[in-house]
Design a protein around this ligand. Sequence first.
Ligand code: ZN
Ligand code: ZN
Length: 301
Amino acid sequence: MPDTLVTILQRADAIPSLGKVLLTLLAMAVILVPLEYLFPARPNLPVRRKTFFLNLSYWFFNPLFTQVTSKTAVALVFLGLFLALGWTLDESFLDGFGPMSRQPLWLQAIEILLIADFIDYWTHRWFHVSRAWRFHAIHHSPEEMTWLASSRMHPVNDFITRTCQVVPIVLMGFSPKAALLVVPYIVFFVILLHSNLNWDFGPLRWVFVSPLYHRWHHTTDPEGIDKNFAGLFPIWDVLFGTAHFPRREPTRFGVNHNPPPESLLGQLLYPFRKLTHQHPESHQPQEGEPSENQSSVTSEQ
Ligand SMILES: [Zn+2]
Ligand SMILES: [Zn+2]
């Protein structure tokens, strides 16, 4: 059984190498630095030295620690589930089972994307409105939105989101191979969303989340608070009343109240420190600020 777990983790690309991390970082820099220079949302965006090194440290910490631990934890969740259900965990796990797994891989991949994004919408929204916000606040901590800031993610945030997405999809019978096919493209897309790019995808902004759309999620401007939770497809925000589509730029980013410190260790400990406080932090507008629920879908042409 442990051998099977290791094989599954290897096939799921959960065991990283420093070389691969460096290569990914280099590839992203080669693509995104020129794009941010050519199509900046904010020209000459000042990035403080401390912020730059914190962002950079997440680029190593995230794949080498966060993702390894959360993928291993998800594998252990499966191990427990399979034991409880009396199923055997072997390499056939990667093929899926039942009618879902008999569809072509590309069709499974599209269905998985839709289901995973729907689940992500609700887990993301839950992170914003519950005491779990303090874990998600780490992702919202950058005050300058650049591609390098995209990897800020607390390990607890990563584990909860990943488990909520992967467990139902596997239990439905989908082949994890289909999901693994699209993961690199999704990772690139998510990094692109956090870039300092002025792209809003024109008419396609209703179909795919754009960098501008996601900046309205990260803003601390009152009109954008708790809007645009969708990671890939804005349809979820439209359906559930949280879409916000202005064509202009938000003015500021970060965390409104008690922002996390600008250090890796400080950010990792931040949620646990805050949990001891009597009054939970909130991303909700405080007294005197406008309510975030004034409209369901807002769009400016
Ligand atoms: Zn968020
Ligand atoms: Zn984000």
